[in-house]
Design a binder for this molecule. Structure first.
Ligand code: ASP
Length: 336
């Protein structure tokens, strides 16, 4: 029997049209654009139904409420379809993929996010292949998790990151092998599945808790950020150098981290390097971070770290529980 896929259009370049202000999403346009792709009606393709969200968004305009709406689109049709393809802008696709990987608890069907760098309305659009291959991958159901497909690569959603602003191979997952590569055929690769969560499927809505990302740089004056870190933010992703190093042996930063931690904030240490892992204590410049109350983000992407903080705060765990779960592998987002 033919598989049935739910295709959810959230916006993004793939369905945009030209305007005198630049590309923008247009309601109803994608449905007509799809009629012109005859391959979609090939007998090898699964059946699919298109659902267009309103308003369509450039993904740089998306926020937590939009992740909840996408989650609801999937959850409300979960039993009716064999898999889901979510058309999304590339700018924040890795954030949404990460967020959905935590929100869709007990997920046992493929959810594939894709989009394009060149809109379908242009001659060289990469949207056709990205869409067709995503539909096929969703119907084959080899990986029943949140994935991102782009430019011939199937990636674990919460490991993906946008690597290129203008290349067609725009995404990769430097800390996790690709799940599949699509060349002449779609070649699935044996990657360890994420830990199993609950038996039944449910959607966890995210709350808009104040989360921040602070990128360390040479000459950073930490006291400028003190109020933000100790009073305003609940979850902080600290993007450090290399394996978790901070300037000045932490003299300026450590007391702030201590105060932030006492005030109930969770500070997670990530690396500015796209590849490799944080290893607190390898250098003198990183060892005090842990004692001050920070947790290691290991090899998590900033996108996954941000999404995981939203998720854990939305589950109303205690500060101690959030600290320890940040260091656990919940959905395949980190390697310890
Ligand atoms: N600004 C667009 C978006 O993220 C870029 C894209 O889709 O490639 O929606």
């Amino acid at each position: 029997m033919k598989k049935r896929i739910c295709l959810i259009h959230t916006g993004g370049t793939i369905g945009m049209i030209r305007s005198d202000k630049g590309y923008l999403p247009k309601e109803g346009y994608l449905e007509t654009a799809l009629l012109e792709i005859s391959d979609l009606r090939n007998e090898k393709m699964p059946d699919f139904d298109l659902f267009e969200m309103s308003p369509l968004l450039d993904s740089s305009d998306m926020a937590v409420g939009d992740w909840n709406r996408i989650g609801e689109e999937i959850a409300s049709r979960y039993d009716l379809y064999d898999g889901f393809v979510v058309l999304h802008g590339t700018d924040t696709m890795a954030y949404t993929a990460s967020a959905l990987s935590f929100m869709l608890e007990g997920l046992n069907k493929p959810v594939i996010l894709t989009g394009s760098q060149i809109p379908l309305c242009e001659v060289r659009s990469d949207g056709r292949d990205n869409l067709i291959t995503s539909l096929l991958i969703a119907s084959e159901g080899k990986y029943n998790e949140v994935c991102l497909y782009f430019g011939g690569r199937l990636l674990r959603g919460n490991r993906a990151t946008k690597m290129s602003a203008d290349g067609l191979l725009a995404f990769d997952s430097p800390n996790c092998p690709r799940l599949a590569e699509a060349g002449i055929s779609i070649r699935y690769l044996p990657v360890q599945k994420p830990p199993k969560t609950s038996e039944s499927f449910s959607l966890c809505h995210l709350e808009d808790v104040p989360i921040g990302v602070l990128k360390v740089f040479p000459g950073i004056r930490f006291p400028i950020f003190e109020k933000l870190m100790t009073e305003r933010l609940k979850g902080i992703v600290l993007e450090t150098f290399g394996a978790g190093n901070i300037p000045g042996e932490g003299d300026a930063l450590l007391p702030i981290i201590q105060r932030a931690f006492q005030a109930g904030s969770v500070i997670t240490v990530c690396s500015q390097c796209p590849q490799g892992t944080v290893s607190l204590g390898t250098y003198k410049t990183s060892s005090p971070l842990k004692n001050a109350g920070a947790v290691s983000g290991f090899d998590m992407t900033t996108e996954a770290c941000v999404a995981k903080l939203y998720y854990l705060f939305s589950k109303h765990y205690s500060k101690e529980e959030i600290k320890s779960l940040m260091e656990e592998n919940l959905r395949g987002e980190l390697t310890k």
